[in-house]
Design a protein around this ligand. Structure first.
Ligand code: KIV
Ligand code: NA
Length: 265
């Protein structure tokens, strides 16, 4: 199988072919996602929410991100594997950012890292890139800054914030990011950004004009019953399917119908 690279993703934008991305955090799920054929798998710090049950992405550590990334990398044969730098591991100074990126690349075998922010993290991104590690940007709603925003509502509706986002996207392209995630911003702004930079934009809650789309795998699969934001399309009801299967198992054990003779030694 031919592996997806940061270059092949950039070529897709040139051809006008949409880029498909999903998150994954473990070996079993990553194998299914990769076999289905998405181009990019993000080991997101959303693992803090969907894997560990935290309310925000802030608590997850570099060691925990590496554990998830190692598991995903072992399963993936084709997709580009990108790993989030967690909160507090790159904002302090660029040397710390580089150290985090190097640890993640070395210890997990992933292919690129992602971090949140524009101008504020310029030095960190530049330093990581100078070590030969591809970097994906992330603008708009950046969940590691949730306590600054106060809510998870749409960002950059006002002109000033939209203008800053356009400038940040241009900056990320200029310093060498291979792509940028745009999270929860108005569709029109996504269109503007996507037209103004050459690097592919990957949207989540950002409308149809991004060069690619990403969703949290567990959201797409309907594993969490209560999380239903407007931007989410649920492609399955795995919560229901799993609940039913497990209830069936419980019933079978209680009624002595599992295991049967044929299932015994
Ligand atoms: O952590 C994550 O899952 C993400 C995507 C939603 C872009 O950053
Ligand atoms: Na993230």
């Amino acid at each position: 199988i031919k592996r997806v690279t940061t270059h092949s993703i950039q070529e897709m934008k040139g051809r006008g072919e949409k880029i498909t991305c999903l998150t994954a955090y473990d070996y079993s799920m990553a194998g299914i996602v990769d076999a289905a054929g998405v181009e990019l798998i993000l080991v997101g710090d959303s693992a803090s929410n969907v894997m560990a049950g935290h309310e925000t992405t802030l608590p997850i550590t570099v060691d925990q991100m590496i554990y998830h990334a190692q598991s995903v990398v072992r399963a993936v044969k084709r997709a580009l594997v990108v790993v989030d730098l967690p909160f507090g591991s790159y904002q302090g100074n660029s040397r710390e950012a580089l150290n985090t990126a190097i640890r993640i690349m070395k210890e997990s075998g992933a292919h690129a890292v992602k971090l949140e922010g524009g101008l504020e993290v310029k030095e960190s991104i530049t330093r990581i890139l100078s070590a030969g590690v591809p970097v994906m940007g992330h603008l708009g709603l950046t969940p590691q800054s949730i306590y600054k925003f106060g809510t998870y509502t749409v960002r950059a509706k006002e002109e000033a914030e939209a203008q800053k986002l356009l400038e940040d996207a241009a900056l990320l392209e200029e310093i060498g990011c291979f792509s940028v995630v745009l999270e929860k911003i108005p569709s029109k702004l996504t269109q503007q950004v996507s037209a103004s930079v050459q690097i592919p934009t990957i949207g989540i809650g950002a409308g149809p004009h991004a060069d690619g789309q990403i969703l949290v795998l567990h959201d797409l699969l309907g594993i969490n019953k209560t999380f239903k934001p407007r931007f989410l399309r649920q492609y399955a009801d795995l919560n229901g399917i799993m609940h039913e299967a497990i209830s069936h198992y419980i019933g079978d054990v209680k009624s002595n119908s599992f295991p049967s003779e044929k299932e015994s030694y």
